[in-house]
Design a protein around this ligand. Sequence first.
Ligand code: ACO
Length: 364
Amino acid sequence: MRQPPSGMYKAGALLEHKEGNLPAHSRGTAKVGLGVSMELAVGILGTGSELPEKVLTNFDLEKMVNTSDQWITERTGIKERRQAAPHETTSTLSVKASRKALAMAGITPENLDLIICATISPDMPLPSTAALIQRDLGARACCAFDLAAACSGFLFGMTVAEQFIRNGKYKYVLVIGAEVLSRYVDYQDRKTCVIFGDGVAAAVLGPVTPPSGILASDLHTEGQHANHLYIPAGGTASPASHETVTRGDHYIKMRGNELFKVAVRNMEEVSRRVMEKAQICPNQIDLFVPHQANQRINEAVRERLGVVPEKVYSNIDRIGNTSSASIPICLDECVRSGRLKKGDLILMAAFGAGVTWGAVLMRW
Ligand code: ACO
């Protein structure tokens, strides 16, 4: 994996972020300490993922709800997904994924300056899942918080981490996309239970040597469509009670076909925007990793962008939709299988509840 440039952030050293060959939007000057002056780019130093062992196939779902393997496969591309065991939680899976990412990055938990856990299925309303991860990883008392942007959460988290590293405040940031959505899914609702799965992945972000690193990112939220995908109860609007549980209001409710249209349009637009910012054409992209919500959504986005099918990564058949974990799980699979190579241009785009959407373009 990419190692941070030697000499950076050494006590008393000056890190000056010059305007060399970085794209216009990401140029700037950041000074950290006194001494050496060098360019700063922010990239991924290590990845790791963790999936629950239990596999829930379409055939299993056929026995639970009025659906069929054929319908699920044709409408979503999903064949199976993972389901956490009762003892597994968002934080326990996150700790395992994080240890793998830290090992690949060659750093220890004590080196972390910030932990961001992107999740919409936290262990509990409070404290944050990030705090539990920090405790169980044995990280020092660094800053740690959760970020709720649903399926776009990992890209939101990466972009937040990038700012802290670029401005010199932090060196190593752990960004985790973590979901145990099976605890929030109604297995009697065929419109939702067939698409969601459990899984976690983490990435260590830190300084890298240009031209590697994040080239452009673009994030959006439009609360107008909040009711297309939500969990009605369990918060201040409708605290948990016997009535809310009887109504099943603690489960995910989704207007899938409404989201479908917005997802295709927004993922295409935001992907174009980051490519424009970095002055990159679609045919220069080596790997396109879209959020794995629905194979048909991704196929439509790919076609509109004009990216060839061989450059699109998909694991939706095996993993389903793991919301914020979806993109980092793909990333980890690509890194470990050698699909992603140094110098590759990678485009990631996501869409989710909120609604939120975003894209990050980076050179590996
Ligand atoms: N099995 C069989 N039939 C089904 C199932 C099922 N699992 N689910 C729905 N149907 C039926 C419906 O009842 C409907 O029947 P009707 O015409 O008799 O009323 C018919 O199939 C069509 O239903 P639609 O909801 O229109 O099906 P659609 O093709 O839109 O597929 C799906 C549904 C898979 C949910 C799709 O809309 C989708 O993927 N949407 C996007 C989801 C998304 O991107 N979410 C955001 C990210 S997730 C996050 O942020 C946490």
